[in-house]
Design a binder for this molecule. Sequence first.
Ligand SMILES: Nc1ncnc2c1ncn2[C@@H]1O[C@H](COP(=O)(O)OP(=O)(O)O)[C@@H](O)[C@H]1O
Ligand SMILES: O=P(O)(O)OC[C@H](O)CO
Length: 514
Amino acid sequence: MRPRTDIRQDQYVLAIDQGTTSSRAIIFDRTGRPVSTGQREHHQYFPRPGWVEHDAVEIWGNVREVVAQALAAAGLNQDSIAAIGITNQRETTLVWDRRTGEPIHRAIVWQDTRTQDICRRLARIGGTDRYQRRTGLPLSTYFAGPKATWLLENVPDAKRAAEAGHLLVGTMDSWLLWNMTGGTEGGVHATDVTNASRTMLMDLRTLEWDPSICEQMGIPLSMLPEIRSSSEVYGHGRRRGLLAGVPIAGMLGDQHAATFGQACFDPGDVKNTYGTGCFLLLNTGTAPVFSDHGLVTTVAYQIDGHEPRYALEGSVAMAGSLVQWLRDELQMFASTAELQQLASEVDDNGGAYIVPAFSGLFAPYWRPDARGAIVGLTRYVQRGHLARAALEATAYQTRDVIDAMRAEASLDLKELRVDGGMVANDTLMQFQADILDLPVVRPQVTETTALGAAYAAGIAVGYWHGEQDVRKNWQEAARWQPAMPEQERERLFRVWHKAVTRTLDWVDPDTAGS
Ligand SMILES: Nc1ncnc2c1ncn2[C@@H]1O[C@H](COP(=O)(O)OP(=O)(O)O)[C@@H](O)[C@H]1O
Ligand SMILES: O=P(O)(O)OC[C@H](O)CO
């Protein structure tokens, strides 16, 4: 293996974006422009209501394939790649055997709710906020630690093998890093501070595993990856791989990578990624801010040798997936282009509101007992109104989170930087600016997740020179200014809240699979 120190002007940086539905590899040039892409979806397993699993071996295979696709499409080989960044769906957890490299069970995905009983058990002492001031997170099925507990308690022989030191636990970043650096032949077992901050096992201030929480969750410290910064050389591509010898030098959870790629480096900078769900991160500076308004506290990113930056995060479970549901299950329109056409044919929502609480409400409500509803129906309401209501639902949910952020951190929010699939929708973006009373700004490169991981890797090896290069490369492509009169804005938002109250306390404990 040839450790690389030489960085040439004509090189590129490769980012691997291991997402919930697919894995992508994107090669970026020095200006932060994508040069080529490879992408492949993986299977979603739903073995029981509320359970969601991924096959980590399939994902590792897909990652190798998409890297090959991206290199081939650009006509490049490993000599042209200065560094590799990894970014990933967060919280999705797996345990594997360090002797064979085989997972002991399929990975438990972030959306999976099977750890409800474990969370309830842990909350018996101190309630759901038991670990909040140490880890920034409420006890919720969303986070990684209890998923590891479930695997150790439910997979035969796992506990014993873990105690004997045979098993490793990690999120997708660690799984890919370990395999990419050689797997059973000396793979590096590490994670970064952002991914670790989603486990509920890391102390947010010391950035180390909290031994007492690990013990309470029954997770031996010997299984856990080493916690490193988000931008440093963790290891090099394995000898037999396509990227042999290339430094793997950036690792961040996908929402943190998007924050980095959007150059949200100053306190008060905030971004929203509109995909399946919505994820808002607000940079709060060098000290963690703990929330009383339903937001979680997380590490935004850390460059090696620098203080970490913290963020408040609000996650919305369903945004683009509501659009998908209306298209695929209700067949209300055939494409997102048709949705846009329908929504533009009406002036407003006609009094109809859709609250997409299909799997409860995440931030800032955290109500697992809520279920989706369409309210305000009259014979006046037509398809266009419902199409519009679907888009508006995303904007209102975003406002709920921004309001919590405004209440929490006394920071002046100047604009909302946006990315993700839904930002192609101009009707939504204008309504978002209107309902927030805040400018909404879309950058030229909207692949900000992969780009953020590429920047973290490139900075570590000296390909880019710190945050200033990221700021320089970030370019505005579109801006929407708020134009709605205040009275109208607040009336719409007040009725939205009324609609939300209609969805709460819906789950009937006696109804299986509800
Ligand atoms: N023009 C559009 N209007 C509304 N929603 C859209 C539009 N284009 C894409 N979407 C939605 O955006 C989502 C895809 O965004 P993407 O960022 O690729 O998601 P993810 O990374 O979470 O899989 C889908 O749920 C899709 O329904
Ligand atoms: O893979 P995505 O883009 O759906 O993001 C998933 C989030 O990281 C979950 O917390």
